[in-house]
Design a binder for this molecule. Structure first.
Ligand code: ADP
Ligand code: MG
Length: 246
């Protein structure tokens, strides 16, 4: 295993794999209303190909592993979503070459959004995955840079913003992708790609929350160990502390 960041990525991929398979039929059903009824199947196939590479990914640094996720999605998912998801992940992976922290997570999110809009040419309001990604990334950025929130709280806000973004796609007509051929018939349905984006963000948040929970349990044991050490302090140690205070 190459390190804690890669371990976190593998945890996230396992969760995303389970979620996308759980939601495969639902996402495909959404795409049957506004597209060609394959979005859930496309993503399920893609994430399965990614998790098949689990052992290789485990040996990589975070940026290389994320890049491999992207290339795998490009080659396995196909359609519009493969190059959009995979290509954006591939090029944003460069921001993670120093590992994962608030700054690099934000740089990744911004690079992902930029690449996605550049590739697909969609703007907010075109009824695409951009309608989930744009508010999520902007909210994440504000929460970190302006409100100084811890990354996990910023991510929770970003997920809420993506959820509102998905709801916002319902009354829209589509201007990009297959759904744009439907005109008014796309109205009344949520966009499949925005919806899958939300599911993935929800799983990233769940992974971060889980791992933070485990870390705080470990910290609690560490505190406990310190307390027990403290209890066994000899009077000489206590005196030494007192002397330091004086
Ligand atoms: P396809 O449309 O080739 O069948 P999918 O069904 O897997 O591919 O993905 C459809 C989703 O891709 C849409 O719901 C939409 O969110 C997204 N999408 C399509 N075209 C674009 C685009 N130009 N920019 C951003 N997202 C797009
Ligand atoms: Mg489709």
């Amino acid at each position: 295993m190459s390190g804690e960041d890669t371990e976190a990525l593998l945890d996230a991929l396992d969760r995303i794999d389970a979620r996308l398979h759980d939601e495969q039929a639902y996402l495909t059903d959404l795409d049957s209303r506004v597209g060609d009824a394959d979005h859930g199947n496309n993503l399920a196939r893609g994430i399965s190909a990614v998790t098949e590479k689990r052992d290789d990914l485990a040996e990589m640094e975070l940026d290389e592993a994320v890049k491999t996720v992207g290339t795998t999605l490009v080659s396995e998912v196909g359609g519009a979503a493969g190059p959009l998801y995979g290509g954006s992940i591939m090029s944003a992976s460069q921001t993670l070459d120093g590992g994962l922290d608030a700054e690099s997570a934000l740089a990744f999110a911004e690079a992902y959004r930029e690449k996605l809009t550049e590739r697909g040419g969609a703007r907010p309001g075109d009824k695409t995955m951009v309608d989930a990604v744009t508010p999520a990334v902007h909210t994440f950025q504000r929460a970190i840079e302006e409100d100084d929130l811890p990354p996990i709280d910023a991510l929770a806000k970003a997920v809420d913003a993506a959820r509102r973004g998905v709801a916002y796609t319902v009354p829209l007509r589509a201007s990009k992708g297959r759904a744009s051929y439907l005109g008014l018939r796309a109205v009344g349905h949520r966009d499949p790609g925005a919806t899958s984006t939300l599911f993935i963000l929800e799983e990233l948040l769940a992974t971060a929350t889980d791992r933070a929970g485990e870390a705080s349990v470990t910290d609690a044991y560490a505190d406990d160990a310190v307390a027990r050490d403290g209890a066994s302090e000899t009077p000489a140690d206590a005196n030494a502390d007192g002397a330091e205070d004086a």
